[in-house]
Every structure is written in structure tokens, then in C-alpha cells.
Design a protein around this ligand. Sequence first.
Ligand SMILES: Nc1ncnc2c1ncn2[C@@H]1O[C@H](COP(=O)(O)OP(=O)(O)O)[C@@H](O)[C@H]1O
Ligand SMILES: [Mg+2]
Length: 254
Amino acid sequence: MGKINVITGRGGTGKSTFTTLFTRYVHANPLLLIDLDPDESLAKMLGVDLEKESKCSVSDALSKIIAKGKASKGRDDTPDLLRRMMEQGEIIYRDKKFDLITLGTKFSPGCYCLPDEMIKDTLRNINKNYELVLVDSPAGLEHLNRKVTPDIEDLFVILDPSDKSAKHIERIKYVTKGVNITCKNFYLVGNYRFTDEIEDYLLKTGEKYLGRIAYDPLVREHNLKGESLFKLPEDSPSSTSVKNILREAGYVLV
Ligand SMILES: Nc1ncnc2c1ncn2[C@@H]1O[C@H](COP(=O)(O)OP(=O)(O)O)[C@@H](O)[C@H]1O
Ligand SMILES: [Mg+2]
């Protein structure tokens, strides 16, 4: 069984940036990435154009299946059809270093139930094929509530320096416990806006604080231009700090 790690935190804290640099520097093969955020920004940071690669998100795949089903008035074999699309390579993008699945945007108003079920089903089925699975989350804790990923090895919480984030730690613990999500390691990571003061505070909370991601103007520049973060220099502040954070969590790096 592969380990499932989840990267969570408030909006704009740097979760996808961290996930991308995690992917770049961790020694794990094969590695699966799952983007649960409807903004689908992870692919771009990884340097992947899913449209060009003719890959669709889980939500888009479901929309296609449902549209066809309505036309043919067929019985509800949606999960089987989706599994088939998955097997035929219409959803999973395969790169040298990683495979990638994106959840996509809501396919019907207000409800993620079916796409969530499909991601859960996929994880149950293909998790064993991977050494490591990294799940990049949307903002907030809704995805934990939806229990898309039940058994987590390492939960990385990316924090920004606001008060809300400190409260966020307690809320995440409360939510994971409340919905029976198990997580072996609960890790805190400071984002690029962290200050020494808030770092001191976190060190006193008794939680496992792995360090902070350094501010890196090149990250901003690459993201604005839509360029892959795999092109950042190896010794850029963000690369160096993410490598240190991963070492602190006991990961072997490439
Ligand atoms: N280490 C960093 N240094 C400078 N800017 C960063 C850094 N990490 C992220 N950012 C910027 O912060 C914004 C949000 O980052 P992103 O990784 O998309 O966050 P999230 O996935 O949590 O929404 C982006 O504009 C990104 O360029
Ligand atoms: Mg993101």
C-alpha cells in the first residue's frame, strides 16, 4: 500500500507550490499526485498542459458519461464507465517523475459526491501501485469533511501568519478526529510570509513544526508566467527550504 500524504491549509498559503516542490525533490517512485482544488493550478506549476495532453478531470469525465447516458437512456453504470476511462488513460497524465489526476470543477451544482466517490474508489484501487500519493487540497477543510482521503500518513498544514491559521490547527485536529480520519503525522509548515515571532509561538505549541518555506520572487514570477516550478534553480530559496522541510520529516531526496 502506498503512503497517502495530504497538503492542506487556507487559500493562497502556498499549498500547490509546496506540493510541486515536494514532487520535484522527493525520492519516491512511482509517485501519484491528486489535485482536489477546482482551480486546477497544480498542473501548470508542474509544467503540464492537460488540455494539450488530451486528459480530462474526473468531473469532466463524469459530465461526459452522464451526457452520453442521458442520450441513450442507459442504466447507471457511471462508476464502471469512469473506471474504464481511467484504465484507457483518458484521465491519468503520466510523466517521468509522477502521475497526475485532477478532480476538476463541480460537475453538477452544489455537489461533489460522485467525483469524491470516484476519487475514493480510485485511491482504493490504485494506491497499491504507488510508493507515495500526494494530495493537493482546496482551501479550507471541506475536503477533510468529505473524507476523500481516509487514511493519511503525513498531513502537512501550510500556515500563514494570521491568527486564523493558529486557530486553524485546532480546527483541523477537531475535524480529522470528528470524521475519523487517521493521520500518522501531523506536520506544521510556515509559509513564505511567516515571521520569527509566529515561528516562536508555533515552536511552543508542542506540535511538530518542520520549518518555513522561504520567500522566493522567482516562484511568483514563474507562477505569473505560467512556467513550471521544475525550472527554478536547485539552490533558489524556495527549493532549499522545501528540501530542508522534507529532510526534517524524514524523506529521502533525489
Ligand atoms: N515561497 C514563495 N515565495 C513567494 N511567493 C510564493 C511562494 N509560495 C507561493 N507563493 C505565491 O503565493 C500565491 C499562492 O500560492 P499557491 O501555491 O497557489 O497557494 P495555494 O495552493 O495554497 O492556493 C501564488 O501567487 C504564488 O506565486
Ligand atoms: Mg492550490
